[in-house]
Every structure is written in structure tokens, then in C-alpha cells.
Design a protein around this ligand. Structure first.
Ligand SMILES: [Zn+2]
Length: 260
């Protein structure tokens, strides 16, 4: 009898910006309750994902998203920014307290995460180009500079992306939207993320669902599904293991060409 072949299921765990500056009590841009996601994420990391990838916000000191780098601007206000492509297009963007400056304490993973860091296959840096904001771990807000995240997922034949980390209403949301648009079945694990604005849960969930992105619970069903994953990570992905260094080097030659 004809048997319908099982669809491939190669899930990746994508951990967004789990960095001290986004965590209470000392983070300069701490997400309320942000530390509560750490045990959830470390528990998830014990499962047999096909890949575990983490992103880091990684800004130079003179980054344009810091209010301190603009005359008379206060954190959490909005300023107009011109497109780095020189097209004259202007976007209003929020400016923030100084955060996640390259190689600073605030840019580090939290201590509670230390024993899990060697499970990370690759660290994606974002935010290192001075003249533009990044929320998504895939690209800047203009869609001009693309990180290596898409190719890292494709090299590993990933089918499903499960996203956790900080913060739900900015970097997690925008990463999820791009992930889905790039063709990955995309899920956000509710207990593994928190919003900057505690009231944002409902509105963000509705927007995600309208784009086909599922918000799933960290429950037995999810754990069981990933646990059954036969596509265990193998040694071939170890070559670029990010575990050896908590201070990744900003890539200098990996910029994708500016899209037209
Ligand atoms: Zn940032």
C-alpha cells in the first residue's frame, strides 16, 4: 500500500538578543520580567534541535539608535532617519538608551546562560552598521543589509523556526515576520519571550497570527514534537560553533550586496 512520506521536519531554535542590557535588574534597556525566560530557554536547548542559533545586538558606541548620539533627543522618542541607500526615503524610528555596545558587559549573554552556550551552533550579530537600526536578526529596518541568518538556516535545511528571546514586540516580532516571509514555518514560544510593553501581548499575537505565525506554548506536546526530531544536530555544524567565544568578531566581508 502506498504510504504518504513524512514531511521533513528540521526545527531550529532561534534565541534573540538574550543579553544583559535587555535584562533586569541592571540592563540599560531591561525588558520587564525578561530574566524569567532564561530557564525556559535553557530547558529548550536540551532538546535535539537541528540547529540552535542565537543573535546579538552588537552596536558601535556611535550607533544612530542611541538617543545620546542625537542633539536634544531623549530615549523612547522618535526621530526621522534617512535611508542609508541615499534614496531620500525617511522613516521615523524610536531612539533608545545606550545598549549592547560591542564587547561591553551589557552585550554579554547572562551568567545563567553560561552552561548552555556551548550548545549554540552560530551567533548572528546585528546592529553593527552605525547608520541604521536593526530589529530583525535577518536584516536592517530598510531591508538593505542582510545578515547571514537566512543562509545559516538554509545550509542546515531548516524547515521550522522556533523563536524565543527579547523582546517580543520588537526584535522577536520582526525576526518572526522575516522568517515566515523567507519560507520557514515560524513559531514563537510564548514562555520564552517577553515584550518591552507588558500590554503588547494581545496586539502582537494578533499581528503574528495574521501573518501565519503560530504562538505556541512550552508544553508537553511541543517538547515531545522536538524530542522526536530524528534530525539531530551533527558534527558538521560544529565547525563554526560560536561556543568558543563570547565575544564574536564583527564580520568585515560578509555584507550582502545592497538590494535594488
Ligand atoms: Zn539595539
Amino acid at each position: 500500500m502506498f504510504k504518504v512520506p513524512d514531511l521533513p521536519f528540521k526545527p531550529a531554535l532561534l534565541i534573540i538578543d538574550l543579553q544583559e542590557d535587555f535584562l533586569p535588574p541592571n540592563g540599560s534597556l531591561a525588558v520587564p520580567g525578561g530574566r524569567d525566560v532564561i530557564p525556559v530557554i535553557t530547558e529548550l536547548m536540551a532538546l535535539p534541535w537541528h540547529a540552535i542559533i542565537a543573535s546579538k545586538d552588537w552596536h558601535p558606541k556611535n550607533h544612530c539608535s542611541f538617543a545620546a548620539n542625537h542633539v536634544d533627543a531623549t530615549p523612547f522618542s522618535r526621530l526621522p532617519f534617512k535611508s542609508p541607500a541615499g534614496t531620500g526615503e525617511v522613516k521615523d524610528e524610536m531612539v533608545w538608551p545606550v545598549h549592547c555596545v560591542q564587547s561591553s558587559r551589557g552585550a554579554e549573554f547572562p551568567e545563567e546562560f553560561a552552561s548552555s552556550i556551548d550548545k549554540i551552533d552560530h551567533i548572528v550579530l546585528k546592529g553593527y552598521l552605525t547608520d541604521r537600526e536593526y530589529y530583525s536578526a535577518f536584516q536592517d529596518v530598510w531591508g538593505l543589509h542582510h545578515t547571514e541568518l537566512d543562509s545559516v538556516l538554509r545550509e542546515r535545511d531548516i524547515t521550522d523556526v522556533y523563536i524565543v528571546g527579547l523582546a517580543l514586540d520588537y526584535c522577536v516580532y520582526n525576526t518572526a515576520v522575516d522568517s515566515m516571509a523567507l519560507g520557514f514555518t515560524t513559531h514563537i514560544i510564548r514562555q520564552g519571550t517577553m515584550p518591552v510593553d507588558p500590554n503588547a501581548w494581545d496586539s502582537v499575537t494578533v499581528k503574528l497570527q495574521s501573518k501565519g505565525i503560530e504562538v505556541v506554548n512550552m508544553n508537553d506536546e511541543l517538547v515531545e514534537r522536538i524530542s522526536k526530531c530524528s534530525s539531530r544536530r551533527n558534527s558538521t555544524v560544529g565547525g563554526d560553533s560560536a561556543a568558543a567565544s563570547h565575544r564574536p568578531v564583527v564580520p568585515s566581508q560578509s555584507f550582502h550586496p545592497i538590494s535594488s
